[in-house]
Design a protein around this ligand. Structure first.
Ligand code: BGC
Length: 338
């Protein structure tokens, strides 16, 4: 009798324990938990990326933990460490500094957390799972082709993005495919060639001001890597009464840039649909969390490995197709251009 009773108690205990375990597992593993670390919100596009990912995460019923660093790697490191300590299943990381972010990938992988490098490539690590971005060499090619078609000879100011951002390298590489042969032929003269530290517009302003001053305002074209730096360059041109006279590139399809294109002070921008990128990021993260495979459409060398990559297509926007590309697609409202 006594034996039967203790057996019964033991059984009850076991059942309760199993029940308890499965319950806690259910609540902890039910929802996919994704960590998102963005480098900045200074450019409008990064706000859009964030908003889109939050929207899609809600739709798909996953938990998205969001951290934003203010173009500061130390801050981003602290934030990613916090995300990892919160038990995320996948990390989406757009690095402020391509190579410094490698240690974050190594940390995540030690904890069994797969990493998607978002928009900007993380270099210097063989542990990265995926790269999701646009074809960034193509972005540069579109800028280079556009500006050399407009200005096949003359004096050029060539700016590139932050040296810590691998994209900046790719954009320039793409643009120089068109510009370099004309330099070699003696058609294009480069009067200034400089990287814009941290992508800060104020730095671009100084570069263009100095180049204008040193060359008697004689400049025929400006390669600006994005809309923020283009805006600053146009400010420098405006101060010399040259706005609208000097063809200039851009990138990001920011609202202010779209307005400048319509006004004629900026020649073009590159439309990278951050809505598509954000949605793809969440889809990929859910697949990774569920152990499903992801179909890559490319591979990009990060210095250590060929990272399986999903690359979306960038598009040129100028005065002629701005409505069709940006307004019709709902990226910018017509009323925002007034
Ligand atoms: C992005 C650009 C952006 C720049 C500055 C690059 O990595 O691809 O869209 O303008 O960073 O934030």
């Amino acid at each position: 009798m006594k034996k039967a009773l203790s057996l019964l108690i033991a059984m009850i205990l076991i059942v309760t324990l199993i029940g308890g375990c499965s319950q806690s597992k259910e609540t902890s593993s039910d929802k996919v938990k994704v960590g998102l670390s963005l480098p900045t919100q200074r450019e409008e596009r990064w706000v859009r990326d964030k908003d889109k990912m939050i929207e899609v995460a809600e739709e798909k019923g996953i938990d998205l933990l969001v951290k934003v660093a203010d173009a500061d790697m130390q801050e981003q490191i602290t934030q990613v460490e916090a995300l990892l300590s919160q038990g995320i299943d996948v990390l989406i990381l757009a690095p402020h500094d391509a190579s410094a972010a490698a240690t974050l990938v190594e940390k995540a992988k030690k904890e069994g957390v797969p990493v998607i490098s978002y928009d900007r490539l993380i270099t210097n690590t063989d542990k990265l799972d995926y790269y999701l971005s646009f074809d960034n060499v193509k972005v540069g090619e579109l800028q280079g082709k556009f500006i050399t078609e407009k200005v096949p000879e003359g004096k050029y100011i060539i700016m590139s993005g932050a040296p810590t951002d691998n994209n900046a390298k790719l954009f320039k590489q793409g643009a120089m495919k068109y510009i370099q042969p004309l330099i070699d032929d003696g058609k294009i003269e480069v009067i200034a060639e400089q990287a814009v530290e941290n992508w800060v517009p104020e730095n671009a302003l100084k570069i263009v001001e100095a180049a204008l001053a040193a060359n008697n305002n004689e400049v025929d074209a400006i390669l600006a890597p994005n809309d923020g730096t283009a805006g600053a360059a146009i400010q420098a041109l405006t101060a010399q009464g040259l706005a609208g006279e000097v063809p200039i590139t851009g990138q990001d399809a920011e609202k202010a840039a779209a307005k400048r294109i319509l006004e004629g002070t900026q020649s073009m921008t590159i439309f990278k649909d951050t809505r598509a990128l954000g949605e793809e990021a969440i889809d990929m993260a859910i697949k990774l969390a569920n152990g499903e495979s992801i179909e890559a459409n490319g591979a990009v060398d990060n210095g250590k490995i060929e990272v399986p990559s999903v690359l979306l297509t960038p598009q040129v926007v100028d005065k002629d197709n701005l409505n069709e590309t940006l307004v019709d697609s709902g990226y910018i409202k017509e009323s925002e251009l007034e």
